[in-house]
Design a protein around this ligand. Structure first.
Ligand code: CP
Length: 284
């Protein structure tokens, strides 16, 4: 909640060069557009300098250096490391090695906590509250790390969840156990039709092609879930459609001009939220 408060302040006053003496490393071992560029924008608007790389091939890991040695080196250079990596748990591992804070910018199919903070800021802005909301999560709930982080964070605010996916991409058992242990209601569905009318937040996700071992398995599910404007008839006036992006074909472009579409504003909120995250960590 402190980060969300800071995000609100930075949205009103975006250029605050208070960390001119700080260096932030953005090290991305996996592709990214929004997370890397919004962290770099956030760092620049706070006056910090940014170092880093955007692919594994640009590092000495391609010559055989270990992740452990790489993290030790970068933490010698920077005051904070923002890290994306394809392996689940990589950021936690790095945090045990580094001498500076590590921010998890996405670790495999596991978690994407800074996306969750910007999602929560977007929910709070559009709904006026985080409490008692009906949240429908759609698409790749198995590999979609943004879903895993968001459902855990929103569990503090008495939500009701609907999960819409095919069997192959259903929400993993560990997350259902998590919700059960907290008494949070959820239901599972195979079709999006019929699930939109009583929803406050419709959280669409991309099928995570890069996590599939077998391309044929991806082909079977790639077109199963898609939202178009005709499906929004009768929706609640406060319904907002979120998507962590990138989008492929799961939201038709005829939705983009609808008042419920919020995904591009959501991405812009990433800058303010990440300014809040940087400030929060610099103050620890
Ligand atoms: N939402 C998100 O993580 O987008 P990128 O992969 O472009 O960073």
């Amino acid at each position: 909640m402190q980060v969300l408060d800071l995000a609100g302040k930075y949205e009103k006053d975006t250029n605050r060069p208070i960390y001119k003496d700080k260096v932030i490393a953005c090290i991305f071992f996996e592709p990214s557009t929004r997370t890397r560029l919004s962290f770099e924008t956030a760092a620049n608007r706070l006056g910090a300098r940014v170092i880093g790389f955007s692919s594994l091939n640009a590092t000495s890991i391609s010559k055989g250096e270990s992740l452990k040695d790489t993290i030790k080196m970068v933490s010698n250079y920077a005051d904070m490391i923002v890290m994306r990596h394809p392996l689940d748990g990589a950021a936690r591992y790095a945090s045990e090695i580094a001498g500076c804070p590590i921010v998890n910018a996405g670790d495999g199919a596991n978690q994407h906590p800074t996306q969750t903070l910007l999602d929560m800021y977007s929910i709070w802005k559009t709904q006026g509250t985080l409490e008692n909301l009906s949240i429908t999560m759609v698409g790749d709930l198995k590999y979609g790390r943004t879903v895993h982080s968001l459902l855990q964070a929103m569990s503090h605010f008495n939500p009701r969840f609907r999960f819409v996916s095919c069997d192959e991409l259903a929400i993993p058992r560990e997350y259902k156990n998590f919700l059960d242990s907290r008494g949070i209601p959820y239901s599972e569905h195979k079709l999006l039709e019929g699930q939109i009318l009583n929803t406050d937040i419709l959280y669409m996700t991309r099928i995570q092609q890069e996590r599939f071992q077998d391309p044929m398995e991806f082909e079977k599910v790639r077109n199963l879930m898609s939202l178009d404007a005709s499906m929004l008839t009768g929706a609640r006036p406060n319904l907002r459609i979120l998507h962590p992006l990138p989008r492929v074909n799961e939201i038709a472009t005829d939705v983009d001009d609808r008042p419920e579409a919020y995904y591009f504003e959501q991405a812009r909120n990433g800058v303010y939220t990440r300014m809040g995250i940087i400030t929060y960590l610099m103050n620890q």
